[in-house]
Design a protein around this ligand. Structure first.
Ligand code: FAD
Length: 417
């Protein structure tokens, strides 16, 4: 495949072994401006924590998001009237990529990339005025209440009930795998408001204040020892009907609109390029058979394969961006990007494990806490590798599992039943 075909004009690859796009002069100047801004404005303590793979706090995220907001760069994809930038999709990609390449905290997507666009598209004037500015300023932390025990891939079978009571709904049920709900001020939930007809037809989209009586958050400790996901219990929670987005029983339409956004965001090209550089740096320091591992032909082959995959992924993302510029929304490409993006992410964690060998075995989760200063077991760079490897098994599950994405491709691209 010629990687320079079908991309936005003015982009092509630099050389054969450097994963960097060559941009036209204006976009290149913009990229330099982004790099300089990150360099000057990323708080030093946050930078250090990201570089050392430490667990980040809520304030690491919020502080950085507020800095980007002040610059006007926090929601480049939003329409200008709501605080977006009006940039071309290529500029948005450049910002995304630079944010991923640099040691910055990941932008939390639940408000900015998920519920924000849903409120813009389907919310009423009051909801827009109330929530959008607070999402933009990171004043509210949102979480996503879709999945339930027994309703993940088969989301339409969700059972959390919302029963009308005067101007309110009374909500009862349980959400699960709710990412970072422990920090959240608000949760957007799919709830069942009707039981007749097809399951998809009885679902509504509710915005729920996490401080409402009856909301309980319980942690699920993940295999790497992390606290990232939760169960959220809803017991007789009173939610104003004014917090329903759009029409009653039409929530499935809004939910699907949101999932398209979720999947294209998962590619995280810049982040994977940073991880690739990390694998290379580790392999340059680890020895194998009396020479640096990076010189081992078998390892180099695997590294090259990962790099080619990443390059191909970026090519697809740029093609989708090119089509977006021409006004076409992403279709099944979103599924392809989700599968390939997460496969690359997981492959890089596997290569890191391979590079550090037996030092991957000791399990010391405390080493990832800020302020831990015991002597490391093995080289400094080893502590985060195994937890990261285990943590990233999640990537092929969340955002709609990769098997489900393959089903989507089979049906919508290959026409299989
Ligand atoms: C780290 C993490 C964070 C998450 N964060 C959130 C969040 O913030 N909010 C939220 O709402 N949800 C979240 N989720 C939930 C996520 O969306 C679900 O885990 C996912 O949709 C899969 O559902 P499930 O876990 O119920 O697995 P199941 O649906 O039970 O699937 C089990 C296995 O069967 C396979 N499978 C199921 N159906 C089919 C089929 N038809 N064809 C082929 N294979 C199939 C799946 O691929 C999977 O391998 C998160 C999950 C993880 C792991």
């Amino acid at each position: 495949m010629n990687p320079n075909v079908d991309r936005p004009e003015d982009t092509r690859w630099r050389g054969s072994d450097e994963l960097e796009l060559i941009l036209g002069p204006e976009d290149a100047a913009f990229r330099d401006e982004v790099r300089a801004f990150i360099d000057e404005n990323l708080p030093a303590d946050t930078r250090r924590r990201v570089e050392n793979e430490k667990v980040l706090s809520k304030s690491d995220h919020v502080r950085w998001q507020k800095i980007l907001h002040e610059k006007g760069w926090i929601a480049p994809g939003w329409p200008v009237e709501y605080g977006g930038t009006g940039w071309s999709p290529l500029r948005r990609h450049i910002l995304d990529e630079e944010l991923g390449l640099a040691p910055t905290p990941r932008i939390i997507p639940f408000g900015l990339s998920m519920v924000g666009p849903v409120i813009m598209e389907f919310g009423d004037a009051d909801q827009k005025a109330r929530y959008l500015p607070r999402i933009l300023a990171s004043d509210d932390w949102w979480c996503q209440g879709y999945s339930e025990p027994g309703a993940g891939s088969d989301l339409a079978s969700l059972r959390t009930r919302a029963v009308a009571d005067g101007d309110d709904y009374i909500v009862n049920g349980q959400k699960t795998w709710t990412t970072l709900a422990q920090y959240a001020d608000m949760i957007f939930c799919l709830v069942r408001t009707a039981t007749e007809g097809k399951p998809q037809e009885g679902i509504s989209f509710l915005l729920i204040d996490m401080t409402s009586p009856g909301v309980t958050v319980r942690p699920i400790v993940t295999i790497d020892g992390g606290r990232e996901v939760n169960e959220v219990f809803l017991e007789d929670v009173r939610v104003p009907q004014a917090n329903r987005v759009g029409e009653e029983n039409k929530g499935w339409t809004y939910a699907k609109f949101l999932l398209g956004h979720e999947r294209t965001n998962i590619a995280e090209i810049g982040q994977s390029k940073r991880e690739l550089a990390r694998v290379e740096a580790i392999a340059a320091r680890e020895m194998s058979g009396g020479r640096p591992l990076i010189e081992d032909p078998a390892f180099r082959l695997k590294l090259a394969a990962a790099e080619v995959d990443l390059m191909a992924l970026e090519s697809i993302v740029l093609r989708v961006i090119g089509e977006e510029s021409a006004g076409h929304a992403p279709g099944p490409e979103a599924s392809l990007i989700k599968i390939k993006g997460t496969e690359v992410q997981q492959c890089l964690t596997e290569l890191m494990i391979e590079a550090i060998g037996p030092y991957a075995a000791p399990f010391v989760p405390e080493a990832l806490e800020d302020g831990w200063n015991e002597a490391p077991i093995g080289p400094d760079h080893a502590a985060a590798v195994a937890p990261r490897y285990f943590n990233w098994r999640k990537a092929s599950i969340y955002g709609g599992s990769n098997e489900i994405q393959r089903n989507i491709i089979a049906k919508s691209v290959l026409g299989l039943r």
